[in-house]
Design a protein around this ligand. Structure first.
Ligand code: GDP
Ligand code: MG
Length: 177
């Protein structure tokens, strides 16, 4: 949990997106640096949160990444999940247009709880090891609507660009606060 004394260098980032886009796998890549199969393990309901330290401008910054705990399946993410969050990773699967189009629903779900004026969204097209079925133009348009330039392609399966994109988000958050 966030401590008021160090609030200027701690950031809470929540994972959002449809079931199956790879949020828990992505979280586990950040935590363990390896692919973990969520299908046949207790991980399938999602895990809790992790702390990751990043050095930004020679200062140590703490990022807390929160997985959903599986509540997104029933649209039951609690206000507590969003509380004090600074940013959200809006995750879709690059090979499933529907999960991209559905991001608006997750934005609205966050908007009910967070202060949208200072909240940061980052788009993450996960499963980049599979064919891209979403047009670049649609992704650019979505970024414009959200007022963000943070848009990444990652593979939580191979690990490609997962840690890099996460750390870029943390850099951005720290440099704009
Ligand atoms: P969540 O419901 O969003 O938490 O999704 P999971 O992390 O449980 O992943 C759902 C399924 O997608 C699992 O079978 C994962 O192994 C698979 N998956 C996750 N990330 C990737 C990826 O980058 N590439 C591929 N090909 N499969 C992935
Ligand atoms: Mg999950």
């Amino acid at each position: 949990q966030k401590m008021a004394t160090a609030a200027d260098s701690e950031y809470k980032i929540v994972l959002l997106g449809d079931p199956g886009v790879g949020k828990t796998t992505w979280f586990l890549q950040v935590r363990q640096g390896e692919f973990v199969d969520t299908e046949n393990t207790a991980m399938s309901m999602g895990v809790d949160h992790l702390e990751h330290k990043v050095t930004v401008d020679e200062k140590e910054v703490k990022a807390y990444l929160h997985d959903t705990g599986g509540g997104e399946r029933f649209r039951t993410l609690t206000a507590n999940f969003y509380r004090h969050a600074d940013a959200a990773i809006l995750m879709y699967s690059v090979e499933d247009r529907y999960t991209f189009e559905n991001l608006q629903e997750w934005v609205e779900s966050a908007a009910d709880v967070v202060d949208m004026d200072s909240f940061v969204f980052a788009l993450v097209g996960n499963k980049s090891d599979l064919p891209l079925e979403v047009e670049h133009e649609s992704i650019r348009a979505r970024c414009d609507i959200l007022g963000t330039q943070l848009s990444f392609f990652t593979s939580a399966k191979t690990g490609d660009n997962v840690m890099e994109s996460f750390e870029k988000m943390v850099h951005y958050l720290h440099r704009t606060r």
